[in-house]
Design a protein. Sequence first.
Length: 229
Amino acid sequence: MATQTKLGIVILEEQPFMRSAFAREIEDHASLELRDASGLLDSANIASAAQTATGGVLLVGCRSLTAALAAELEPLSVAGGPSGIALLCTDFEGEAVAHAQRLCSTSRKGFGLFLKDSIYSGQDLEQFVLSVGTGNVVIDPRVIGSLMESPVRPSSAEFSSLTDREIDVLELMTRGLTNMGIADELGVQWATADRHIHNIYSKLGNDGPSNISLRTHAVSMYNAALQPA
């Protein structure tokens, strides 16, 4: 009987408990082989992990996918090293996702981008990396949806410091969604949505009229900025 060829996986995950969880799941599946579970997402580790993943899949996990990380991974999508790159993130910035989408279109190997909470089981993780390992491009539908429904960014200087993701959150605030509703709409944890909202308050200033809440102040500024001159 022929021995089943296993797909080699190298994990580069910034959260140790997630790194251990992914490693256990990979070791439990006969179709996968864990080659290494590396450490932090810095340039040296990415380069080292890519070499170890030659012929296999580099599984990259992060809290927030940034444009800087996408740029670090881009050379790996067209050169030697892993046969595929599988990205799992908790959250993302709109600019970074657009960068990743371009990476998908130019990649000469498998590429995947999913939100971590779209992976419900070890079998989901297995299918995700196997698909990337066979050269497919796999994108979370919620990520695609966020690109198609990206809100208008106000041109006012007050909003220049907000990330694309914070603009997404602010736009949902104008619709009257609660923090939990925003989390559900974006497919993220409540704490992540809450962090974005507090960042918005901080960046837009806490010096609004004393008779209105910070939320009302932020929403009013957003609506006013979108009004034609």
